[in-house]
Ligand binder design. Structure first.
Ligand code: HEM
Length: 347
């Protein structure tokens, strides 16, 4: 009888510790990243063509998430825009630091940022060994010819290093307690798409999405998604907008309630160098130790001349512009550029 009882207790303890242990050693997405081919050359990497409006019939805001866990190497990309965009980011760090970098004054935020930094370093070393080399605790970036310490512990310095070595912006979020919503606790926003990043510091997902049309319809699914992301998962979603300037760093792309918009004529717009399709490639991961959630955002600008003459997808874009629901059309400022752009694409 005693032997049976001892056996039973041993089994229960085994299951308990196994469960606890397996929860603790959750792996991060960097654990299975393979290097790029030996003939990879960043200068010849064409930017991804993200055209989320093609083939769609419904243009209401949507979740549109795709699980890409089986290809973790697709997380952070090095393409032929690297040096040019890193230069823009460095200049924003110098001239606009309070809008670009954020770390909440809280040890949890600092630990999560430090964990994210280690994951990014591991990723760059594993994926791009030709361009990122580790020697005596220093990582040498052979594209920029600059170096940084893998042991950096100052949060502001970590943010500056990250912003100067990857093209992706990022937001690190966690909950203050189990029942609350995720809040932004640290971020690097080199390419804001039409909002002031500092307004979102330490704010919840719902607060941040207040200006987004139909957010209430997305809220439940979004929160469910955030609660369920596992640390070995990688998810992606895309968006698109139009802008009539060439800035990656902009606070003004989105229409706000009460705003008066000025309708532009075709002659007001330079379609080769001053009118762009703007896309974001947003990736979502969870950090295994801190349990924080991270969203990385890569921004692409494609000239309208390219859309029309090289890709020849003017008709698909016109269909998307025409079929935007009124609230989203206002948010995307269609009133300003819509008719002029359609006239150009139709020509
Ligand atoms: C499943 C995840 C998410 C969905 C479905 C989603 C959805 C949206 C949508 C529909 C918009 C309008 C622009 C667009 O077409 O993309 C938007 C804007 C925005 N989202 Fe998200 N979002 C998600 C995650 C996040 C997260 C985690 C953050 C950061 C905490 C974030 C920050 C923003 C910001 C700053 C804007 C611009 C708001 C403004 O105009 O001021 N999003 N989002």
């Amino acid at each position: 009888m005693y032997i049976l009882l001892i056996g039973l207790v041993a089994i229960v303890l085994f299951i308990y510790y196994r469960f606890k242990y397996s929860k603790k050693i959750q792996v991060s997405i960097t654990s299975k990243v393979s290097p790029v081919d030996s003939n990879f050359n960043w200068k010849s990497q064409q930017p991804l063509k993200i055209r989320p409006f093609i083939g769609k019939t419904n243009f209401n805001p949507s979740i549109g998430l795709k699980n890409i866990t089986s290809t973790p190497e697709d997380w952070l990309l090095i393409e032929n825009t690297y040096l040019k965009n890193i230069k823009v980011r460095k200049s924003s760090i110098e001239n606009n630091q309070s809008k670009v970098l954020y770390i909440h004054e809280d040890i949890k935020a600092k630990l999560a940022l430090a964990e994210f930094f280690q994951i990014v370093c591991q990723f760059l070393l594993s994926r791009y060994p030709k361009y990122f080399k580790l020697k005596n605790g220093i990582i040498h970036n052979l594209i920029t010819n600059e170096s940084f310490s893998i042991n950096e512990s100052n949060s502001i310095e970590i943010l500056k290093i990250l912003g100067s070595n990857i093209e992706e912006d990022f937001l690190i979020m966690f909950k203050e307690d189990e029942d609350s919503e995720y809040r932004v606790k640290s971020s690097f926003t080199g390419f804001p798409a039409g909002f002031d990043p500092s307004i979102n510091y330490n704010k919840t997902i719902s607060y941040i999405h207040k200006p987004v049309p139909q957010y209430n319809k997305l809220k439940f699914s979004m929160n469910k998604f955030f609660n369920n992301i596992k640390s070995q998962n990688l998810w992606v979603r895309f968006n698109w907008s139009i802008q009539t300037h060439s800035n990656l760093f902009t606070f003004n792309n989105h229409g706000r309630p009460g705003e008066t918009m000025k309708k532009l004529n075709r002659k007001d717009i330079d379609f080769a160098n001053g009118c762009f399709l703007r896309n974001e490639r947003q990736c979502f991961i969870r950090l295994p130790k801190s349990n924080a959630l991270v969203m990385t955002i890569r921004t692409y600008l494609t000239s309208m001349e390219n859309i029309k003459n090289e890709e020849k997808i003017g008709n698909e874009l016109i269909f998307a512009i025409d079929n935007l629901p009124d609230d989203l059309a206002y948010y995307k400022k269609r009133h300003e550029w819509g008719d002029a752009l359609k006239e150009y694409l139709n020509d």
